[in-house]
Every structure is written in structure tokens, then in C-alpha cells.
Design a protein around this ligand. Sequence first.
Ligand code: NG6
Ligand code: CA
Length: 502
Amino acid sequence: MRKLTFLLTLALWCMGETTNAQTDRPNIVLIYVDDLGFGDIGVNGAVGVKTPHVDKLAQNGINFTDAHAAAATCTPSRYALITGQYAFKNKAAIINGDAPLIIDTEMRTLPDMLKDAGYVTGVVGKWHLGLGNGNTNWNERVSPGPQEVGFDYSFLIPATGDRVPTVYLENQRVVGLDTNDPITVDYTTPLDGYPIGTERPELLKQHTDRQHLGSITNGISRIGYMKGGESALWVDEDIPFVLTDKASAFMETNKEKPFFLFFSLHDIHQPRIAHINFVEASSMGPRGDVIAQMDWCVGQVMGKLEAMGLAEDTMVIFTSDNGPILDDGYLDYARELVGEHKPAGPFRGSKYSVHEAGTRMPTIVSWPKRIQAGTSRALLSQVDLYASLASLTGQRLGKGDAPDSEDHLLAWLGEKPTAREVLFQEAYAYGLRMGNYKYIMPRENAEIPQWIALKFVDPGFSEEPQLYDLAVDPGETRNIAKEFPKLVQEMQDKLNEILSEK
Ligand code: NG6
Ligand code: CA
């Protein structure tokens, strides 16, 4: 009998499946918030806004204090999360709304892998990984897109809230499009479509910097120009409701199967235009209000899981794509109103920065059936979710799959206190963590470009090597590189090794 079980297991394993004894297939909901900082949630010390739903998730799960996005901006972080490959290897950088898909459709992605494990996969919300192959016709099915990289279902904001086209795509078709009013998008030449921010500032709900003075839709000027598609335009204030409804519908439709939902919120990215239900929900103006709005979305997802009887056996991963930023182009007084609230918690830097706040994310994992509540200081990267979830669901990684992803399943489940020995950090400079040591590679030109300076960002640039001991100096205030030349060399060598891989 034992022999038979062994042979059966072996056969299933060869087919890419394993028995329940070794693996598990909880539903997986990845709630991915945009630009949320470590300190922006109640359990991590937020004072300007309350986040009861996120806090409850943390009380029932594990709150990680040293878990990182793969990069300090959106597209690179998401690329690494979905492919298990560092973004620099594909030169992934922030892209515009008309950019082609940046994921090679031949790659075995995270959703591909979960599909192999028997999951139904869906993405709802911000995409920002490109669509089409460069000359996108928005008036027909846009391809390649999420489906070609492993998502059975998609409902998308194509790029960011501040980039055209400002329409949703469901399964890669613009929702509510009138074919008599076709959409054209251009990022260089103004189109004779919607009014333009530079010409009609009196139409704006929020004033902006020069980069965001393209087409005005719903009273908000964006990056890029757009014409047509009026019946399909989104209403910014309604985005959280629309996305939450779509996320719930996906879970409802697939409640009988294991599902993977990548719920990628627009909040709290700019333009931060809260729905009236959340206006003044915080003491920090729009940025705090959309944190409250984001928290409501989390509550809705959790409520839906409860209502379907799936809360116990669903793994919910809550995190963010890059660090916080107060002023990213729209004048919503986030800097003036922040008060005592510390968006990055005790850490230095922000979005766009190689300092810790650029990538150290609020991160919570909950799965009541398996996980004991607690906190964890394990050093983790989102690039590791791929290999870790493969391990959970019994999927083997083939040669070339998720090359930079490490299996730290036990750490994600709170069953092991340590994870990565080395963590690579991508921003506009490169960083490396080894234990509590943090190294920042010198740049030949450490001058801060104007677009970064305008955002009051501290990007971590220096012509000198920087080394910090986060155990005693979490805020990276004292550069000790000169005192530890050997360690500096070791960490630089390690970085060289990573950066030389292609
Ligand atoms: C930048 C935009 C910024 C924001 C960011 C993307 C300028 C000067 N800045 O290019 O406003 O949209 O892209 O943010 O245009 S992210 O979270 O998606 O990476
Ligand atoms: Ca972001």
C-alpha cells in the first residue's frame, strides 16, 4: 500500500501536481496598494488616519516589519512580483499608458504557475505593465495583455490614474466604448480631443505640475493626450467602488475553485480624489482620506470572503508597490497637512528612493486556517512570493522560471523567523541588505535631477559608498562605510554579481 501511495505521489508530482498531504491550495488574494508607506497603517503607527480593517487583518495574521517591494517605483516592482525576475534585467521602468506589454509572453509567470496548480486567476485594478505591442488600437481587443501572461480574467486601469487613457478595460476591451467615438492616445502631440490642462486651468479640481497638464477628463488633467471614448471615461471618485465590485464578482464566480486574485488598488496613488463618503475621513486631507478609502476596500474584500464562508481558507497578502510620496505632482496639500503622521514610519526616504522607505512595505499575511497571528522581522522581498507560492501549491520551477525568486514559504507563514540573507534594492541607485547592514552603491553622478528635487525626494545618491547599521540606526543617519571597508567591498562584490546577471 505504501508503495502504491509512493508511486501515485510520484506520478502526480511528474504531472506537476501533488497530493494534499504535502501541499495546500488556499484561495490567494493579493491586495496590492499603490504608494502606501510603512507608517500609513494603524498597526504601524499611523496617527492621521484610522485603518481598522487593515489593522484587523494584522491582528489575525502576521505583520512583517522588514518585507520589501522589489523596487521603489510601480512598474519595476510589479514586473518582479509577476515574473520572479529583477526589473533591471528587463530594463523595466515607469511606463506610459500607451507602452507595450513589458512581460515576455513566453515566460512562465506567477499566474501561469498558479494556473498549473489548478487556480483560476484574475487581476482587478491597476496594471501598469504595458498593453499591446506598441501601436495599440484601443477600439478592439488589446493584445497581448493579462490573458497572454496567465490571467484568466482582467479588469484594468491600464497604467496609472494620472495617465491616459482614463478608461477601464475588461478582458482587454474598453468598457462602455461607443464605436462611433473611437479612442486615440498620444503621449507627445496634443490631440484636438478633451481640453488640455495648460490651456484650461480653470476646469481643474486639483492643480498640478507641468508633467500632468495633458488631457482633462473628469476635471483632472493627466499625463498624455486622449481623444474620444467619452462614454467609457472613468469617474475617479467611483474607482474604489467599481474595483471592489469587480473583485467581489470574480471571487463569487470562482468560489468553488481555488482562485488567485491580484487586487491592485488605485489608492493611494495620485490623483487623490476621495469619494464624498471619505472626504474628511482623516485629518490629513486627500492623502489621508484615500487611505481611509483603501481601508474600506480591504474591509469589503474581507467581508465578501466571510459571506462566502471562505475567510478561514484564504491567504490574504496585503502590501504596497513602493514607498510613500507626499507630493507627486498634484497639489492636494499632503505635505502641508501631514502633521505628526509619518508615512514611512521610522525609515528614511520615500518612493523613488534607495533608502529603506523606498521599498520597505507595510506587509501583512493572513490565513486563519494555517497561520498563527504574530509579527515577523524576516527579511523578505515580493520577488519571493512566486517561488514561495509555488512551494505552497506543489509546483516545481523549471529552468529559467522566476530566476530571482527564493522560496521562503515558512517565513511568509510565520513558521520561520528568518528568510533572505541578501536583499537587492532597485531605485535610481542600487542598494543591498545583508542582515541589518544596508549598503548603497555610489553613483558617478550624484547630482539630483530636477524632477526628483521638485518632489522633495531624498533618493539616496552619493558619490561615496554608504553603509548603515539598521540595528542601531534604522533611520540611516550615520554613514559608517569608512569604518567597515571589508564589509563595503563584500557588499559591492555581491551587488556586482547580481548586476552582472542577465
Ligand atoms: C512619474 C510621474 C508621477 C507618477 C509616477 C508613477 C512625473 C514627473 N511623475 O513619471 O506623477 O505618475 O510616474 O508612479 O510625470 S508609480 O507609482 O506608478 O510608479
Ligand atoms: Ca506606485
